[in-house]
Design a binder for this molecule. Sequence first.
Ligand SMILES: Cc1cc2nc3c(=O)[nH]c(=O)nc-3n(C[C@H](O)[C@H](O)[C@H](O)COP(=O)(O)OP(=O)(O)OC[C@H]3O[C@@H](n4cnc5c(N)ncnc54)[C@H](O)[C@@H]3O)c2cc1C
Length: 488
Amino acid sequence: MLVSLVKWYQIFLIMLEGKLDMTYDYDLFVIGAGSGGLAASKRAASYGAKVAIAENDLVGGTCVIRGCVPKKLMVYGSHFPALFDHAAGYGWKVGEAQLDWEHFITTIDKEVRRLSQLHINFLEKAGVQLIPGRATLVDPHTVEVQTRHGASVQRQKVTADKILIAVGGRPIKPDLPGMEYAITSNEIFHLKEQPKHIAIIGSGYIGTEFASIMRGLGSEVTQIIRKDLILKGFDEDIRLEIQEGMINHGVRFIKNTLVEAVERVPEGLKLTLSGEHTEPIIADVFLVATGRSPNIEALNLENAGVDIVPSSIEGPGYSTMNAIAVNQYSQTSQPNIFAVGDVTDRINLTPVAIGEGRAFADSEFGNNRRVFSHEDVPTAVFSTPEAATVGMTETQARSQLGDDAVKTYRTRFRPLFHSLTGASEKTMMKLVVDGNTDKVLGAHMVGESAGEIIQGVAIAVKMGATKKDFDATVGIHPTSAEEFVTMR
Ligand SMILES: Cc1cc2nc3c(=O)[nH]c(=O)nc-3n(C[C@H](O)[C@H](O)[C@H](O)COP(=O)(O)OP(=O)(O)OC[C@H]3O[C@@H](n4cnc5c(N)ncnc54)[C@H](O)[C@@H]3O)c2cc1C
């Protein structure tokens, strides 16, 4: 009896060993603790999955460390000088205001580090193991993480049933002489001194936002753009309104012009230009905000059979940018490897990376297979004036439905707040409507709190509200937002 029990025990051990051979260290290994990776790892762990996440920088990713959050804090800081001016219209006597740049930059940095620690705590609470270090793919189920300890590097191989790549992107500079003198959005958060004159290339939202921020803070700002209008892809009325508003706030635009080279001269940085404007510019800081590239180079994707696609970044020097190719479930060409967020270059926004990450985790670990919808994603440009938008632009609607089927409603007015400030600020709102079905296809706004207002409107647009539904909604008076339900 005893002999046969021992025999069975030995057989059991052999079977267990065989089983262990087929199992992995983790159910899910996530590369990158930014918006998408953090959301996906915590959601997967909530379903009982054994999850680890690798991060080779501060936990939080672009948004928390060098994107949305510190930028928005800078936006808030940049609004004060105008508010001090406006206060006078209401009878306030405000003394001379002065910005303590060092205090401004260091308190933002402190807040960023506090948030990073908070995200580490959230991971711990969720039961996700954080492995600091740079991860690369060894094969479809194996990842190597290199962790630096001073001068030495420790290498660790881990296996996982599924791998999620959420490594985001990074700013890139065009291939021009003197680009070593240029900074990107990564460095602007750590400038030791406030620039007297900052020159910016790039007409996307990042260049536009920093132009407004630096102008608001009191720097002289020159934004150099390749065409004649910023914010390609946004509704034309919005683009015009923001650019005009920024000019009103003192941003100088140099249009239809390219930067050819940068050199250091005794007065600062000299930018050689070509195109409509050829007179060189001297600035003390030069910000390049012309594009971002998915962080795929160091991942060794080829070891795991993960395919790439050309990314959408256009312009000189950007022709070789690639993103990870995924299907609607964020699955790559290797069925057990997935990718979310900026590394896939779909819609490069934090809530999208989070949404894709959660949809992946629900599908693969939560028994709830679902697709994240990339339709009607609202977005804001935190310029001064601020803008926000959801749904189709007028141009998109006209090209999809035909000119006769599109109705637009537009209003432009001076907000009540400015009736006493004397400022020439305007707010503009626009609805794009399908004339056949009455459905609101797009809502666009330039003006104070546009992001806050469009967030609410986006619910209606996403639900398929008609113009009649908007009209049937009672406004909140007196607000600017009520104009969205009173436009005729
Ligand atoms: C200046 C700026 C302002 C922005 N403002 C906004 C905004 O207002 N609203 C908005 O919605 N979006 C904004 N964005 C975009 C937003 O930050 C990104 O869309 C979002 O962070 C993408 O999330 P992600 O998870 O794909 O990547 P990320 O958040 O970039 O995270 C990727 C992480 O992976 C890590 N990593 C990379 N390679 C490896 C590796 N091999 N091993 C381990 N770790 C690795 C990186 O260090 C990083 O922490 C802004 C971006 C910038 C640059």
